[in-house]
Design a protein around this ligand. Structure first.
Ligand code: GUN
Length: 293
């Protein structure tokens, strides 16, 4: 069994980007600038956004964090989005999800200019991705594809079972892995909460991508020998014995599955760090594309 070490690969990617940024600086060019909008004080979102901003600093990007209070109106947030669209200094930005309940998430994501939408959540980018055109690919599925590519995991003709149909992970990874190309050309089954007898499908899978958010959902009796297992779940489980008051766990019962899998991603240290690296990659792409215009 091989561990798909997302932490190691994400560090490699960040180093590669840092080299490109240094070259941009040497040529006297503007370096990429990522902005993140965070509304409210959701603990996990604070952690993610903090980590994104720190990573920018490490690789030489400029970054801006716009932290708005929980009771920010939809109108104010939309105004902020308009300002970011109009600001030529910002190459790309994200609006961290989830947003507070009084804000229409779809309306906000629709307002982000597609050329700055480094999350790849705007319908223009999602549509282009589905048509295999130049776009921004959402960072988590992009990270999974990159991890598979860098470990040369064979996917062609393989049966991939995706668990979960979210717009951020399940749906896009099912599209990407069925397309032509490296880490793709797979036969994909997309399963979800209404799927009947999920175990009969996972038992047929050569590759499983679990993006459900249910700790220990995928167990050894659901998987055949030699399966590639990608765990996208990140759940905070309360635990008073830890300083932080919780621990992070994935969808996969790692201890019982690690001996059955051919490749497996750990949680933490698997898909999570890849997501940040690919957001940075998208921001670099945004800068390069803006430069060309
Ligand atoms: N919330 C959970 N994952 C993501 C992500 O990839 N991007 C944004 N903007 N919010 C998220």
């Amino acid at each position: 069994m091989t561990i798909l070490d997302g932490k190691k690969v994400s560090n490699q990617i960040k180093e590669e980007i840092a080299v490109e940024v240094a070259q941009m600086q040497e040529r006297g060019e503007k370096v990429p600038h990522l902005a993140a909008v965070l509304v409210g004080n959701d603990g996990a979102s604070l952690t993610y956004v903090g980590s994104k901003v720190r990573s920018c600093k490490k690789i030489g990007f400029e970054s801006t964090l716009i932290h708005l209070p929980e009771d920010t109106s939809e109108e104010t947030l939309l105004k902020q989005v308009e300002d970011l669209n109009a600001n030529p200094d910002i190459d790309g930005y994200i609006v961290q999800l989830p947003l507070p309940k009084h804000i229409d998430e779809q309306k906000v994501l629709m307002a982000v200019h597609p050329d700055k939408d480094v999350d790849g959540f705007h319908p223009t980018n999602f549509g282009k991705m589905a048509l295999d055109m130049e776009s921004f690919i959402p960072a988590t599925p992009f990270g999974i594809m990159e991890l598979l590519r860098r470990y040369n995991v064979e996917t062609e003709g393989k049966h991939t079972v995706v668990i979960g149909r979210s717009h951020i992970v399940g749906r896009p990874i099912s599209i990407l892995m069925s397309q032509k190309g490296k880490a793709a050309n797979a036969t994909v089954t997309l399963t979800h909460s209404r799927t009947k007898d999920i175990k009969s499908l996972t038992l047929q899978a050569d590759i499983i991508v679990s993006a459900l958010g249910v700790p220990n959902f995928l167990k050894a009796d659901m998987v055949k020998e030699g399966t590639v297992i990608i765990d996208v779940g990140i759940t905070r489980v309360p635990d008073e014995s830890r300083e932080r008051g919780y621990y992070i766990t994935g969808d996969v019962d790692f201890d019982t599955l690690k001996d059955k899998a051919s490749y497996i991603t750990p949680v933490p240290g698997g898909v999570g760090p890849m997501t940040i690296a690919m957001l940075l990659k998208n921001t670099l792409l945004a800068r390069e594309r803006h430069q060309k215009k």
